[in-house]
Design a protein around this ligand. Structure first.
Ligand code: HAM
Length: 419
């Protein structure tokens, strides 16, 4: 009997795994450079945690199941709800703000295609405990820094669900309906949203909503938006807040962004500023990052706390990285004959103890075949242990250039470290 992987999942072979780990380390190092600390949560949670406020979009795509005791559980589709649950359980009294980051697999029952999987990885942050424009701008600036440092060609779009929701509230649309309308805007179903507004007796807001969600451009767009929102004080207040975030973003050096009031996000918990980053070269699944300001702690029984965050779709980020990381150094120690085996084992052990990873040739191949094998395995440097050992030396071969030279055994770790 032969088995295939479940649809929408992937195996990662060593070369891909190396690239993934390298990218993970680069991204997480940038998170840490802004003062974020790593956390981890379980892969599955109580189903209600996820259904509480994540939105139709995600709830329809959950992997949920009942365990042997009849509890309903779900594989996490994202980290924000689990991290906020963890915050309410264990971190509410910790000094604010809290800067947390995470990296790990998420699960959504989606129609698989390039860049869209049923098991995918997210790398994200949550900044808990500050509602200031500079805190919100920091989160955005962090996402921007990652994309810039990875030399990805991207677009950053910033909007505000706060503005959209308050506009709807101003026309008598209740919270629950607001949420449904946000979902429709997010899926590009503008006509459906307009029909629903008409049914709710708020047909007069449809023209304004449409004009607002079509606005795109620099900070000057805010003036046009203010015109559209005239008479709706709460929505104007939200717009002013967005303006303050945009101003703070200038201080962070984030200038290449577009104001896009059509961003509604597919998750229900956002309250104010929202943003998305796109890499156009990725085609249909071009959204590499999404986030914004939200309120969730009170939904999980905690005190309300202002929070902002984002998550990168790590797999998409990897696809977007044009720059391949530098070739890794990979060392193999080859004994020239069985009689040198013991010495070769010793030299390999000495290298490892001095911080140089290496593998040993254990196939007893002749030199030519051993070198061909090393080449095929992507080895960059070979240490040949032969008769030179009598003078305390080995032969070091650079597999890329084919160049060989004798090196004293005691200086081998330094030579290889700088190779
Ligand atoms: P999200 O937009 O649902 O937001 O997901 C974040 C990112 O995960 C997306 O921008 C996308 O790159 C990636 N992603 C989503 N679904 C898939 C999939 N099926 N295959 C591959 N990549 C995917 C959130 O999850 C929020 N928790 C972000 C956040 C954090 N907001 C505040 N804090």
């Amino acid at each position: 009997m032969s088995f295939q992987r479940p649809r929408g999942t992937r195996d990662f072979l060593p070369e891909e795994m190396r690239l993934r780990r390298e990218l993970e380390q680069r991204v997480c190092a940038i998170f840490r450079s802004f003062g974020y600390l790593e956390v981890a949560t379980p892969t599955f949670e109580h189903l209600e945690l996820i259904t509480a406020k994540s939105g139709e979009e995600i709830v329809e795509r959950l992997y949920s199941f009942q365990d042997k005791s009849g509890r309903w559980l779900a594989l996490r589709p994202e980290f924000t709800a689990p991290v906020m649950r963890m915050y309410v359980n264990s971190l509410q009294s910790a000094p604010k703000p809290l800067r947390l980051y995470y990296f790990g697999p998420c699960f959504r029952y989606e129609r698989p295609q390039s860049g869209r999987y049923r098991e995918f990885w997210q790398a994200g942050v949550e900044l808990i405990g500050s509602a200031t424009p500079e805190a919100q701008a920091e989160v955005l600036a962090l996402a921007d820094t990652v994309l810039r440092e990875l030399e990805v060609s991207y677009e950053l779009h910033v909007g505000s669900v706060g503005v959209l929701r308050k506009l709807l509230a101003c026309h008598g649309v209740g919270e629950e309906e607001q949420v449904r309308i946000m979902g429709m805007i997010d899926r590009g179903e503008m006509l459906r949203a307009e029909d629903m507004l008409k049914e709710l007796g708020a047909g007069e807001v449809t023209a304004t909503l449409r004009s607002l969600t079509e606005l795109r451009g620099g900070a000057e767009v805010l003036e046009e938006a203010a015109e559209l929102l005239r008479g709706c004080g709460d929505a104007l207040k939200e717009l002013h807040r967005l303006g303050e975030v945009l101003e703070a973003l200038e201080w962070y050096g984030v200038r290449e962004l577009r104001v896009n009031l059509g961003i509604a996000r597919g998750l229900d918990y956002y309250t104010g500023m929202v943003f998305e980053a796109y890499v156009p070269s990725l085609g249909a699944e071009k959204q590499v990052c999404g986030g914004g300001s939200y309120s969730l702690a009170e939904v999980f029984g905690g005190k309300p706390v202002p929070t902002s965050g984002f998550a990168f779709g790590f797999d998409r980020l990897l696809l977007a990285c044009s720059q391949k990381p530098a070739q890794e150094r990979r060392v193999m120690v080859i004994p020239l004959g069985v009689e040198m085996l013991k010495e070769a084992v010793g030299i390999a052990g000495m290298l490892r103890s001095r911080g140089v990873s290496c593998e040993l040739e254990v196939m007893r191949r002749r030199l030519g075949k051993a070198l061909a094998g090393a080449d095929a395995r992507g080895v960059s440097h070979v240490v040949l242990v032969g008769e030179e050992l009598r003078q305390g030396k080995v032969v070091l071969r650079d597999m890329h250039t084919g160049e060989q030279r004798e090196v004293k055994v005691e200086s081998l770790p330094e030579v290889l470290s700088s190779a």
